[in-house]
Design a protein. Sequence first.
Length: 196
Amino acid sequence: MSHLIVGIGGTTRSGSSSELAVRAALTAAETRGARTVHFGGDFLASLPHYAPERPERSEQQRQLVEAVRRADGLIIGSPGYHGGISGLVKNAVDLLEDLRDDTRVYFDGRAVGLVVTAAGWQACGTTLSALRNVVHAMRGWPTPLGVTLNSGTGPLFTADGECADAAVGAQLDLLGGQVHEFAVRFGAPAPSVRAA
């Protein structure tokens, strides 16, 4: 049985470095036998602002929540905006509060690979730390490797979306591999929703 790895990440700019990095890590998981789905920047931009007092959900919101509910692992990528997580990515993660009543609550029992792209190492580090804190709060297991990519040092990806640097490609491959390996070794049973 193949395991489902869900990717979340991107910006309002189609083909952004953070979106391509998440795709590359998902591809690495696919080469190891995983099924993957990616919620990129365009999708994230279509999500309404999360409002806990409003229980109604758009079709896109339901799609994201259901995919994460079924996921065996996740890969989340964010640009580092002023040293923190982008609003698009944070809004998507906040929506996953809808998983609070599941028997496998939030990210429980799942590895979460993290990727940060930023125009400087300081923003890379602070944003990765913030993402790890979020994953811990949501009961997930951040992978041992967190990938930080400094876009200020030059292009990270070619025009056709391939890694422009072999070291970047190797890191993203390792990250996708870690998420998949955790899913295979420690996969949680299929989730259900608790009765209200």
